[in-house]
Every structure is written in structure tokens, then in C-alpha cells.
Write a protein of this length. Structure first.
Length: 397
């Protein structure tokens, strides 16, 4: 019932089994696996604060063999140097730069991808912060004096993003060009031109307003036409008496004397001149039946012989009975008569007024100018009267 097997038929199989078992137990010929390169990156995020423009990181091969890598990004405000490389045992340094030009202010997020020749890609998150624009103007005032016609200033964006600006003037004599624009990191130079055409002698002021998308700024503009010949600022009664003669010419009504005198209610400085600063008057108001004079001493006359277009400017505020009580600014004519320029009513806010000597026509003084004041009141008390301050005489050479 059993089938016989001959030794001859099984010997080849036995020899094969013995050969294979012998090979598996031979330690002199092991099987060694081949190792791959492995990418390592020194950071996982990069944050660029407003002052930052450049940062670096390193790429390392923590495996074996040769690591080849490339970097890419879809952000236009990012630049990468280098964009590819090969490393075995050394570190590769990569520089990331940001360019904020033309990018709006705020926080911008992006990423860069590092693709190796083995293993998975690495991603680094990048954040860039751009502060809002900040308006900076190089000057707070421009003084053209008597001769300059063109000056300049600069507008700078000290922040980020885009500074949008425009310039306007409250006076036609001033022109600024360009009158508007946009500024990122560059400097905008503004040329300011003034025209003295049609202006009489004296000081003029204007204001340039710079309006921007982050706030406004202002520049004061000062312009002179001609020359300041003479000026007077009231200080003390002693100084007043040394330069002016004050008198009361109303004796008919038998009232007490009333004189111009220094007051501490001033436009500038510490004092002005008040029509009833000395004499008999109600508290803080002028007296009835007044005829108070004040005029320059004869030796204080102003030489205007070298000037034309002579103009007298002074600051004044007044409160009088309209059409009944009067303030009269006086100029001594070349015929030795006093000629008045008159005010009445209520304008009790400091304001600069102007009198032209040429308005006197044929009797206008051509060599020596002498000025004065007269305040006249009837029998009804009408207010605080007249205050005078900061007198200037201007002329064109």
C-alpha cells in the first residue's frame, strides 16, 4: 500500500534546501538599506514688523545623501534669495525680503513652500505688518519777506501704505503746486508761489491747508509788501506822554477833564490806548460830553519822503452810540490842518484797520507824517468807547 521513493529522485531537492539554509546563515554578506535625504527648516513662521524688511532662515539635510530643494511663493510683496539649492551636510541660508510699496496698510499674511527631492514639502507662514500712513510736513510757516516770490516745503509719509493729500489756500495771493498727490516712501516737494500784484504796502498772512486721508496740517504764509517805516506799541503812561500829547478840548459843558490813556485791554503786549483812560467817567465806560484829543508830538513826526503808497495800519475795537458819538483818526495835511477818518457804532472785537495817506489828495503830506486821534461824545453815555493798539506805517520805496 506504500509507494517506494528512490534516493536518487530526492537528492536534488535536498541539496537546494541545504544551499539556501547555508546562504541565510552567512553573516559576511548582510543586506544594507539605502538612506534618503531629509529636509529640516529652522523656523515655521516669519513676522515682519513695520521696521523689518529682511529676515533669514536655514535649510539643513538631516538625512543622507544630497538634498535638493526649491522655494516658491505666490505673494508679490515677497522676494526669496536663493530660490533653490543643494546641501549634504552644510546649512543653506535663505533670505526673505518684503517690499511694502503699493501695498495697503494693515496685516498681510502669506506663505512660502520649500519642495525637497525627497520627503514632504515644508511650509513657512509669513506675516507682514504695514502701519497706516502718517502725514509729515517739513515746515510750519513760510516767510516770503519783501522780496521772495517762491519757496518750497516737503510732504513725507512717515507711516506705511499710501498717503493721499491735497493743498488749498485761504488767499488768492498764494499758489501751491502740485496741489495734490499720493505718497508712499518718496518725498513730495511742493513749490509755493506768491503774487504781490495789486497789494498795497504792508504785511499779509495766508494759510495753506494740507488735507490727507489720515488728518490735516497747516502752514502759515507771511508776505510783506514795501517796508515798515514806523511802528508804535503802547506800554506805559510815561511812554505815552513822551510821544503823544493828550488833551481835553471840551470846556463848554463844564465837565471834568477826559484824556486818552493806557489800558491793560490790549490786542498784543500788555497795553493799548483807551479814549477815556484818565479823567471823569463811569466805571469801564466813557464820559458824556467828551472831546478828547491825542496826537503825536511835533518832534515824533515820521519821515515818509522816500516812500510812496504810504498806509497806516492799526488795531482797534469800539463801542459807541451810532451816529452820535464818533472816533476820528487824524492825519495832519500839508496845509497844517487835521483831516479825519471817522468811525461810529459797535465793533467791539479787535480788528486791523487801514488808512491811506493818498486818500487826502492834494493836502496829503509828502515829507513828514503826523497822526492823531479824537473821540467825541454827546450827553448820553454810550458804551466802552475806543481802544487803539499796534500802529504801523508802511510804504513802498
Amino acid at each position: 500500500m506504500y509507494k517506494s521513493i528512490s534516493l536518487k529522485s530526492v537528492l536534488p531537492s535536498l541539496f537546494l534546501i541545504v544551499f539556501l539554509l547555508g546562504c541565510g546563515s552567512d553573516d559576511s554578506n548582510p543586506v544594507v538599506p539605502v538612506a534618503d535625504p531629509e529636509i529640516s527648516v529652522s523656523i515655521s513662521t516669519l513676522k515682519f514688523e513695520p521696521a523689518d524688511t529682511e529676515k533669514t532662515f536655514t535649510i539643513t539635510n538631516s538625512g543622507e545623501g544630497s538634498l535638493e530643494w526649491t522655494i516658491s511663493s505666490g505673494e508679490s510683496w515677497l522676494s526669496i534669495t536663493p530660490e533653490s539649492g543643494t546641501t549634504t551636510t552644510e546649512d543653506d541660508e535663505v533670505t526673505i525680503s518684503v517690499n511694502r510699496t503699493g501695498v495697503s496698510d494693515g496685516t498681510h499674511n502669506g506663505s512660502i513652500t520649500i519642495q525637497p527631492n525627497a520627503g514632504s514639502a515644508k511650509t513657512i507662514l509669513v506675516q507682514m505688518v504695514i502701519p497706516p500712513p502718517e502725514l509729515s510736513v517739513s515746515v510750519s510757516s513760510l516767510d516770503f519777506g519783501n522780496e521772495d516770490t517762491q519757496l518750497s516745503f516737503e510732504i513725507v509719509n512717515n507711516g506705511g501704505g499710501t498717503l493721499e493729500w491735497s493743498i488749498s489756500s485761504d488767499e488768492e495771493l498764494v499758489t501751491a503746486l502740485p496741489s495734490g498727490g499720493e505718497t508712499t516712501s518718496e518725498t513730495a516737494e511742493i513749490s509755493v508761489t506768491i503774487s504781490r500784484s495789486g497789494l498795497s504796502a504792508g504785511d499779509y498772512t495766508a494759510e495753506l491747508t494740507i488735507i490727507s486721508n489720515v488728518g490735516d496740517n497747516a502752514i502759515s504764509v507771511n508776505v510783506s509788501v514795501g517796508a515798515l517805516i514806523w511802528s508804535y506799541d503802547f506800554t506805559t503812561n510815561e511812554d505815552l506822554d513822551s510821544n503823544w500829547e493828550c488833551l481835553d478840548n471840551n470846556n463848554y459843558w463844564g465837565t471834568e477833564d477826559d484824556y486818552w490813556r493806557v489800558s491793560n485791554d490790549a490786542h498784543s503786549g500788555s497795553a493799548s490806548m483807551w479814549c477815556n483812560g484818565r479823567g471823569d467817567h463811569p466805571d469801564g465806560r466813557y464820559d458824556n460830553n467828551m472831546e478828547a484829543w491825542a496826537y503825536q508830538n511835533a518832534d515824533k513826526q515820521v519821515n515818509i519822503s522816500d516812500y510812496s503808497d504810504v498806509i497806516i495800519r492799526f488795531w482797534m475795537k469800539y463801542e459807541m452810540e451810532t451816529g452820535v458819538d464818533f472816533f476820528r483818526f487824524l492825519i495832519r495835511g500839508n496845509d497844517d490842518q487835521w483831516y479825519p477818518f471817522s468811525w461810529s457804532g459797535d465793533n467791539f472785537t479787535w480788528r486791523q484797520w487801514e488808512v491811506k495817506v493818498s486818500d487826502l489828495g492834494e493836502v496829503a503830506p509828502a515829507n513828514l507824517l503826523r497822526i492823531g486821534f479824537l473821540f467825541e461824545a454827546d450827553y448820553n453815555n454810550g458804551g466802552e468807547g475806543v481802544y487803539i493798539d499796534d500802529i504801523e506805517i508802511w510804504g513802498i520805496n
